[in-house]
Design a binder for this molecule. Structure first.
Ligand code: NCD
Length: 302
């Protein structure tokens, strides 16, 4: 069995392939792509709740003409009947499944699945590790706004430590020569995050006038036991509200991977802000995922 091409994180794609994904995204948004995945089966394996990512992958697969199977964890033999993950992978491969889209609370799970699976695995979020298609749609949204991102500055704010979205975005944006400014309290953002092209800041107000975009994060309470600071302290230091929006540059935009928690990382004024790009991100997600599926399954060189 040969191990087919998978997307576990952005490192699995070359710069040329990322550019190709973005080109296809634009083309697929312009003109319906046709049945490029006709006769292929995609299985969506989601071990965590998901609204956006699950629906977005389903829509992308259906629009490409694929056959789609959604497998809930309670239906899987290896969770209750003692089958190993590797054997489950062999089984799905033997049925001729082409693509497995997998979300799991454990970092590294999609990679382990890929080792035994004769098809393509796409990571739809694994623990705190990575969420590559979210990073691609975030970067696509930024490029739509600003063109070349080299020399631009993007702030990622809040619970960076528990955010696979942030981890993939940091990797992707750094590769493009964008300055990443991480903002948050020590408990959500250890100083060790600082590195080449990546700054760590504690003072949100001081950062706002100096960035082109702000990506807000949800506090991912399901991933830790105790809040490192109180909700009140978090809101005082890091919630984006009307006053803080006033500190942004005129052309700056605000993004969020969703789901957003009103009253915590943002208040309602952000949802009315002219530069709020959440809907744009979600919109691009479908075509970005079509482009990724097309690249993995149909790329000539693979
Ligand atoms: C995120 C996730 O699940 O990683 N959402 C998403 O996929 N758009 C972020 C979160 O849960 O806060």
């Amino acid at each position: 069995m040969r191990i087919r091409r998978s997307l576990i994180d952005l490192d699995d794609l070359t710069a040329e392939e990322i550019a190709q994904v973005f080109e296809q995204t634009a083309a697929f948004e312009e003109t319906a792509p046709g049945r490029r995945l006709a006769g292929r089966t995609c299985v969506n394996l989601f071990f965590e709740e998901s609204t956006r990512t699950f629906t977005s992958f389903n829509m992308a697969e259906l629009r490409l003409g694929a056959d789609v199977v959604n497998l809930a964890p309670r239906n899987l033999s290896f969770t209750s009947k003692g089958e190993t993950l590797g054997d489950t992978a062999i089984t799905l491969g033997a049925m001729g499944v082409s693509v497995l889209v997998v979300r799991h609370p454990e970092a590294g799970f999609p990679q382990r699945l890929a080792l035994g699976f004769d098809g393509h695995v796409i990571n739809a979020g694994d623990g705190v590790h990575a969420h590559p298609t979210q990073a691609l749609l975030d970067i696509y949204t930024l490029i739509e706004e600003f063109g070349d991102l080299k020399g631009r500055a993007v702030a990622i704010v809040g619970d960076v430590l528990h955010s696979r979205v942030a981890h993939s975005a940091i990797r992707g944006l750094s590769r493009l020569g964008t300055t990443v400014v991480l903002v948050g309290p020590e408990g959500f953002l250890p100083s060790t995050y600082a590195g080449e092209g990546v700054r760590v800041e504690r003072d949100f107000d001081g950062v706002l006038p100096n960035v082109d975009a702000v990506i807000l994060l949800r506090i991912q309470r399901e991933r830790f036991v105790a809040m490192p600071i109180s909700d009140e302290e978090y809101v005082a230091g890091y919630r984006l509200d009307r006053r803080r929006l006033g500190l942004l540059r005129k052309e700056a935009i605000v993004m969020h991977p969703g789901p957003y928690n009103r009253g915590m990382e943002l208040d309602d004024s952000v949802l009315d802000f002219a530069g709020w790009r959440y809907a744009r991100q979600v919109h691009h997600g479908v075509a970005v995922r079509m482009a990724v599926l097309d690249l993995l399954v149909n790329a000539r060189s693979l």
